[in-house]
Design a binder for this molecule. Structure first.
Ligand SMILES: O=C(O)CCC(=O)C(=O)O
Length: 283
C-alpha cells in the first residue's frame, strides 16, 4: 500500500493541495503513454486523411511524433482535452490503479471510493493560446460537487516547469465559494472572470514524471503557457467517496474500491460498454 503520512493529509486539507513526489510507478506512466498514443495515432491519421501531411510518421518516437506531424500539417487545432478517445482497457487500468486509489483513500478518509467520470489528457503543443487553461475551479465544470469533496489528480509524463506549462495553484483558497465563472476570451475555456483572477497569486508546481498533484474541487488553478519546443503531456483523473458520489461523477464513473464487497467494483467490460455510442468530443 502506498503510504501517505498524516502530516501530508493535514497539509492537503490546510493548503488545498499536495505535491507527492516520485510516487507513481513506471507501469502507471506506461499505461498513460499507451492511452495518449492511441489519441495521437487517431489525430495524426485524421491529418493524413485530410491531406495535410504526406505520412503518419510511424518511425518517430512518442515525444517527437505529434510535434513533427503538427508542424508539417500547418499547426491545425486538435482536441485539446481528449476523453472519449482515451477510453480503452488501459484507461480503465489507470483509473483503478492501486497507487492512485491509496492516495485517494488517504485524502478522502474512506476506503469506499468511486472514480469520478471526468478525466482528461492534455497534449499541449507549444505556444497555442487556445490550449492555455485559465484560472478555474474544477467544480465549475461539475457544479453538483460544490459541497462534495472530489479530488483532482494531475500528473505529467515529462518534467514540467514554468517554461513548459506547469500548473499553478492558489494555496489556501480551496475553501472559497464556487464562483459563477466566465468563458475565457482567448481559449474558450470556462474559468474565473478576469476580475476574479486579477488578485490571485499563483504558486508554480514544477513536477517530474512519477509526481502527482492533488487538489479539491474548488481550488483555483491554471496551467502556464507552453513556451518550450516540445509537447507537454499530462493526465488528470478524479476520485470521490462512494457514499456522497455526485451525479456528474457517477455518470461515467464507477465504484472502484470497496473492501469486503469486491463485487461492487465495476468491471472493465461494463465500464467500456457504457461508452458505446458516445462519439469523441461529445462527452
Ligand atoms: O493540464 C492543464 O493544462 C490543465 C489541467 C487542469 O486544469 C485540470 O486538470 O483541472
Amino acid at each position: 500500500m502506498t503510504t501517505i503520512t498524516p502530516d501530508q493529509v493535514k497539509s492537503y486539507h490546510k493548503t488545498g493541495y499536495i505535491h507527492l513526489k516520485s510516487i507513481l510507478p513506471t507501469n502507471l506512466l506506461e499505461l498513460s503513454q499507451f492511452a495518449l498514443n492511441r489519441w495521437t495515432n487517431k489525430t495524426i491519421s485524421q491529418w493524413h486523411a485530410q491531406g495535410l501531411i504526406p505520412s503518419t510518421y510511424p518511425e518517430i518516437d512518442f515525444q517527437h511524433r505529434l510535434l513533427q506531424a503538427w508542424h508539417a500539417a500547418g499547426k491545425p487545432n486538435y482536441s485539446r482535452s481528449p476523453r472519449r478517445d482515451l477510453v480503452c482497457p488501459e484507461m480503465y487500468q489507470i483509473l483503478v490503479h492501486p497507487t492512485l486509489l491509496d492516495i485517494a483513500q488517504a485524502l478522502l478518509g474512506t476506503a469506499e471510493i468511486s472514480v469520478h467520470g471526468i478525466f482528461n489528457a492534455r497534449p499541449k503543443l507549444p505556444d497555442q493560446k487556445w490550449t492555455d487553461t485559465p484560472w478555474h475551479q474544477d467544480a465549475q465544470y461539475y457544479r453538483d460537487a460544490e459541497e462534495t469533496h472530489v479530488i483532482s489528480m494531475w500528473y505529467p509524463l515529462q518534467r514540467t516547469t514554468e517554461e513548459n506549462s506547469c500548473l499553478q495553484v492558489a494555496p489556501g483558497l480551496h475553501g472559497s465559494k464556487l464562483l459563477e465563472g466566465a468563458v475565457d476570451e482567448e481559449s474558450g475555456f470556462l474559468g474565473l472572470s478576469r476580475e476574479e483572477s486579477a488578485d490571485l497569486k499563483g504558486h508554480s508546481i514544477e513536477m517530474d514524471p512519477g509526481d502527482v498533484l492533488c487538489f479539491p474541487q474548488k481550488m483555483p488553478h491554471r496551467a502556464l503557457p507552453n513556451q518550450s519546443e516540445a509537447v507537454r503531456w499530462s493526465m488528470d483523473v478524479r476520485y470521490e467517496a462512494t457514499e456522497s458520489a455526485t451525479d456528474s461523477g457517477r455518470d461515467k464513473g464507477f465504484v472502484v474500491r470497496s473492501p469486503g464487497n469486491s463485487s461492487a467494483v465495476e468491471s472493465s467490460d461494463t465500464w467500456l460498454s457504457r461508452w458505446e455510442g458516445i462519439s469523441a468530443g461529445t462527452y
